[in-house]
Write a protein that binds this ligand. Structure first.
Ligand code: SF4
Ligand code: SF4
Length: 506
């Protein structure tokens, strides 16, 4: 496979991306000319020998023989260093996971997620657990067993205090997830108290929660006192929120709005600094209307989430398509509202694509210090965009299954917990992942995203025990997104630092 992707920005500047090196660089027009004529089969030393006039090169103008010779030397140096070549210059075998690596990731995992309960006091039309989707365990209003959760916290504390933990400060973030977590408030309260008894072993416990806000009036004092990082789900005003209904099909807006007003009044500083919102985008709202609503009511802009398009039941596709709204298309109308556009700048597609491209496609981007210091081999890679299990979180379900996160089907459990024991076999997990990767490797090897893929394997089609990807990107799509990225950078060069360093490595 050719390892060079050449593309142009709308200001007519050429760039080259080397898939072998995972680097972008500005491509001088003479270098591009040499690369192109060599690709056409011209013998360049002979061509240069016979040349006795200046030649015209697009976006450069008249070029002398001396100039061409100078750039040809440069071109040969680049080739020698692995640019302008083929993928054969770089390793074709991806790295494999090991049990040790996965154990280390769990020890350093950013957060523990507890599915506090799978009961919910709302019945939102588009919920990931609604009948639009398949692949999730049936919800039967169960609660997570408190002793199992405590056992898991103890297990994580032991790992945090072991040789596997790499940071200096020992922090644990606990996220309470549902259903609606506040329906099992007793569990939350008891876990918070339990962490107090462990403070001598951990520097800091941090608590996170996403709530539908219906029960906030009852528990807001506790949440504010314990400084919970709180995210409230709300889709905008009454009409925009009309998919968020209770079991009697009644819109939850009035109750939630009243609770938020109370929270804002009673705990204004906490509300200001710690409370955020999440809005699902669908056919009954729009980015512009929702942003206007939140900006006016709370001086905040919510985080927008698209509807999950993974795992939709075959017979529900039509219904799903009716509700679904595309973020990129919808955000275009913001250009008529400069104040909102400016506020949302870094959330909008151009900035997001640029950030993703710069971080995902580069060899010099590291998600954390472990990644930076851990392998140090710029040219080795893991297949697909699947995270190393537990590197982002460990998710404990009410039925005791342990998963790497809340976004994937429950069939991919990595372990089990009950009040007596925790069973996680790291070597078996590694073997299972490597088996999946080896099964899909043939397809990935012929894909342009081979080393830079962002797809999580668990969000691909899973059939007969194998994953199949229908999301591979074409060369045209890649060139398009690279051109968009460099258009953005040329027009917004001041934002480069903010985009790249937006999240400092922790
Ligand atoms: S969706 Fe996939 S890549 Fe993302 S955290 Fe979950 S398992 Fe990891
Ligand atoms: S896009 Fe699909 S085929 Fe391509 S590397 Fe990623 S998982 Fe493999």
């Amino acid at each position: 496979m050719n390892s060079s992707i050449i593309f142009k920005s709308s200001q007519e500047n050429n760039y080259l991306y080397s898939t072998a090196k995972k680097q972008f660089f500005y491509l001088h027009p003479i270098l591009e000319y040499i690369y192109n004529i060599e690709k056409e089969g011209i013998n360049i030393p002979m061509y240069l020998k016979d040349l006795n006039t200046n030649i015209d090169i697009d976006s450069f103008g008249s070029c002398t023989k001396e100039n061409l010779i100078y750039y040809y030397d440069k071109y040969l140096l680049y080739r020698q260093k692995g640019y302008f070549g083929t993928e054969s210059n770089s390793p074709s075998k991806h790295k494999e996971f090991t049990g040790e690596l996965i154990k280390k990731e769990l020890a350093n995992s950013v957060q523990i997620l507890f599915e506090v309960t799978n009961a919910c006091n709302l019945n939102c039309t588009y919920c990931g657990y609604s009948n639009l989707y398949e692949g999730y365990d049936k919800r039967e209003d169960e609660n997570l067993d408190i002793d199992s959760a405590k056992k898991f916290i103890d297990y994580m504390i032991t790992l945090r205090n072991s040789k596997y933990y790499k940071s200096l400060k020992k922090n644990i973030a606990i996220s309470f997830y549902g259903g609606e977590p506040l329906l099992n408030f007793k569990f939350i309260e008891e876990i918070v108290q339990y962490t107090r008894t462990k403070k001598h072993l951990i520097d800091n416990f941090e608590f996170w929660m996403t709530t539908n806000g219906v029960l906030l009036n009852k528990y807001m004092d506790f949440l504010a006192k314990e400084k919970f990082k709180l995210m409230i789900s709300l889709d905008g005003d009454g009409d925009q929120n009309s998919y968020r209904v209770d079991h009697g099909n009644k819109n939850s807006f009035d109750r939630v709005y009243k609770n938020i007003s109370l929270l804002k009044e009673k705990h204004s500083e906490y509300f200001e600094n710690t409370v955020t919102f999440n809005t699902v985008l669908h056919d009954r709202n729009s980015i512009k209307d929702v942003a206007e609503f939140f900006n006016k009511e709370y001086g905040k802009i919510p985080n927008f989430s698209p509807l999950t398009d993974n795992g939709i039941r075959e017979d529900k596709k039509e219904e799903f398509n009716k509700i679904y709204k595309n973020f990129a298309k919808d955000s275009k109308q913001l250009k008529y509202y400069p104040e909102l556009e400016q506020k949302m700048h870094f959330e909008l597609p151009e900035a997001r694509i640029t950030k993703e491209t710069l971080t995902e496609k580069s060899n010099f981007s590291f998600k954390n210090y472990n990644e930076l210091l851990g392998n140090g081999q710029y040219d080795s890679f893991y297949l697909t965009g699947t995270c190393i299990p537990f590197s982002k979180s460990a998710f404990v379900l009410v039925n005791g299954k342990i998963l790497p996160c809340e976004q994937i089907s429950h069939q991919f459990e990595l372990g089990r917990i009950n009040k007596h024991e925790i069973s996680i076999n790291f070597d078996e997990i590694a073997q299972q992942y490597n088996k999946y990767f080896n099964q899909i490797a043939k397809q990935c090897k012929s894909c342009i995203e081979y080393k830079t893929c962002k797809n999580c394997i668990f969000q691909l089609k899973f059939k007969d025990g194998k994953f199949v990807c229908h999301q591979s990107t074409s060369l045209e799509e890649t060139v398009w997104s690279f051109s968009k990225t460099f258009d953005y950078l040329e027009n917004n060069s001041r934002n480069y630092k903010k985009l790249v360093y937006g999240g400092d490595i922790k």
